[in-house]
Write a protein that binds this ligand. Sequence first.
Ligand SMILES: [Zn+2]
Length: 134
Amino acid sequence: MKKKNVTSKGINKKDYKYFETLLLAERKKVVQNLTNLDTTDLAEENSGPGEDISDYAETGTDAFDIQIALSLASGESQQLQEIDDALERIKNKTYGICEMCKEPIPRKRLEALPHARYCIQCQSEYEKQQDSQY
Ligand SMILES: [Zn+2]
């Protein structure tokens, strides 16, 4: 007998922390690219991403990030927006749910693309609409 396992389909709250970490790491990279700071020592992860990231989450740099998002209309600021939206969904406990069909997004997909807002099916629909934009 197999036990019921929701995680095979979507993710549960326990996974939020994990994906939050992924998102924050990704976000950090994007922010660094955006700000274009020549701070090599900042980019160096001397203390390991774990601690660093939780620190980062505690501090919160929302205002800073919004400024960046506003001042830059690049693909990266778009990506930052996606990541922030995903972090928002974690806060709202709607993370991992497809925004179009409201079905759980498969965990594998989220691991590959932590800020995914649609399931694969809806994403391909979406991309059809966007067509050449990608
Ligand atoms: Zn969907």
